[in-house]
Design a binder for this molecule. Structure first.
Ligand SMILES: *[C@@H]1O[C@H](CO)[C@@H](O)[C@H](O)[C@H]1NC(C)=O
Ligand SMILES: *[C@@H]1O[C@H](CO)[C@@H](O)[C@H](O)[C@H]1NC(C)=O
Ligand SMILES: *[C@@H]1O[C@H](CO)[C@@H](O)[C@H](O)[C@H]1NC(C)=O
Ligand SMILES: *[C@@H]1O[C@H](CO)[C@@H](O)[C@H](O)[C@H]1NC(C)=O
Ligand SMILES: *[C@@H]1O[C@H](CO)[C@@H](O)[C@H](O)[C@H]1NC(C)=O
Length: 409
């Protein structure tokens, strides 16, 4: 064998090592938001309005979710009236009230999932930035917005049983992004409710499709098995951490949407005797949703629970590589205790459970059950004291996502 040949071999391997180090694999990223994590637009053509100060018509679509100035004013009532869904017990689907049309915007682009309030575009103000810190770090690592990092917003008021069209769009987006990035498989990054929404999707894709198009799922604060906070939301409402909103004001909207019913605590992760809600008259457990809805006068909510409770109850493994990250060590709704006379409109005392402030730990860590149930590895990373929304700007979580994207994890 000639020396030249050996030299050539060495050069070739050095060259290819170099090119790997420079270009590296860069798996394109698809962002799937959680409850409240997509901008929405509304067009109104109503003949009547419950409140004199609320607009009845608009000339086209305008931004609906979330405009901080509006939420702090009487306009909050208009927002709630427009966000409410009506249940159709024949088709078992929901729709907006007559004359209200709501849509997501910018499917495939990142803008509508980076910021919740479009008027704050490019600002870093924590309560309105959503996926922005993640996108910023990916761009710093060589990613390009709308090309190698993309957003898949959805109408978070609904649940997977009404996402037929969204799931078709999502499949198309993943295939397009694969093609746009030199046939490179995608990393799916989901937050909160985006995780069970994505699980349902993956559970319904063929094995060969997932092998071809999906590199990994990075799950941030996944609500895999529900959260007690949702029980509170049906009883007294919840301001979703926005202090200027009063819980009762937004309650009618929260009670009307299937995503609330979908995210109630699962009977596979709460024991039948564990009390979730205490009143002077009776206690309610995971087995008592029907009675709870009857006692609250919410017949449609019980129908929506029946429609959604089985969608991901079994937690069938997604069949892709999983990186599961979540916070812990923060007091989270465990049992809600209503003082006599205060149910349901008052504020309950709370017996805390461990969690990330929104979701209980047993639900967050339910992803660990997939280890050994699927051939792809499942990694689990607990971030102590990282709160449910704060995980989206947590330095360790951001670094982790970039490393998965660059094929280093
Ligand atoms: C608005 O509603 C009226 C009926 O209430 C209907 O005739 C009209 O076509 C609607 N306009 C639009 C733009 O949807
Ligand atoms: C649907 O709701 C209506 C009105 O509340 C009720 O009369 C009817 O029995 C319900 N139908 C079904 C199938 O539940
Ligand atoms: C991404 O798409 C949005 C909406 O189409 C657009 O406003 C934005 O400028 C695009 N960003 C880049 C970096 O191309
Ligand atoms: C695309 O991928 C092929 C095979 O993996 C590789 O040889 C080529 O250099 C890549 N092209 C670009 C532009 O990254
Ligand atoms: C409700 O549960 C609490 C403890 O969680 C218990 O002390 C109380 O006796 C129960 N009340 C009823 C009416 O069962």
């Amino acid at each position: 064998m000639s020396n030249e040949f050996l030299v050539a071999l060495v050069l070739i391997s050095v060259f290819s090592l170099n090119s790997v180090a420079e270009a590296g694999p860069r798996y394109p990223v698809i962002l799937v938001p959680g409850d409240g994590g997509s901008q929405l637009e509304v067009m109104l053509n109503k003949t009547t309005s419950k409140r004199s100060w609320c607009e009845r018509t608009t000339s086209g679509y305008t931004s609906l979710w979330v405009n901080m100035e509006e939420l702090a004013s009487p306009m909050i009532y208009c927002f709630v009236d427009n966000m409410v869904l009506e249940y159709d017990n024949t088709t078992r689907t929901t729709r907006s009230p007559e004359g209200v049309h709501i849509r997501t915007v910018g499917f495939g682009d990142t803008a509508s999932v980076e910021w919740l309030d479009p008027t704050w575009f490019s600002h870093e103000f924590a309560s309105v930035s959503y996926f922005y810190p993640i996108v910023k770090d990916l761009v710093a690592a060589g990613y390009e917005r709308n090309v190698s990092v993309r957003g898949a917003p959805f109408d978070f008021r609904k649940a997977p049983n009404e996402f037929g069209r969204y799931y078709e769009d999502l499949r198309g987006l993943i295939e397009d992004t694969y093609a746009l990035n030199n046939q490179t498989r995608c990393v799916l990054v989901a937050h909160s409710m985006g995780n069970p929404v994505l699980l349902y999707f993956l559970n319904h894709q063929p094995r060969a499709w997932k092998d071809k198009y999906v590199h990994a799922l990075v799950s941030l604060a996944g609500v895999w098995a529900g959260a007690v906070k949702i029980v509170r939301l049906f009883a007294s409402g919840d301001n979703l951490g926005i202090p200027i909103i009063s819980p009762i004001t937004v309650r009618s909207e929260q009670r009307s949407i299937p995503s609330s019913a979908f995210l109630l605590p699962s009977d596979r992760f709460w024991r039948p005797e564990e009390v979730l809600l205490v009143t002077e008259h009776r206690n309610y457990t995971v087995g008592d949703y029907r009675a709870l809805f009857r006692d609250l006068g919410l017949a449609d909510a019980w129908e929506m629970r029946r429609d959604t409770q089985g969608l991901v109850r079994d937690l069938t493994p997604p069949g892709v590589r999983v990186h599961c990250l979540h916070g812990s060590g923060i007091p989270t709704d465990g049992t809600l205790v209503y003082a006599p006379g205060s149910f349901p409109d008052g504020t309950p005392a709370v017996v805390s459970d461990d969690g990330d402030g929104t979701v209980n730990t047993r639900s967050l860590e339910a992803c660990t059950g997939w280890s050994g149930q699927q051939k792809q590895p499942v990694s689990h990373t607990v971030l102590p004291h990282v709160e449910h929304l704060a995980i989206l700007r947590d330095p360790q979580a951001l670094k982790y996502i970039v490393q998965v994207g660059l094929g280093q994890l």
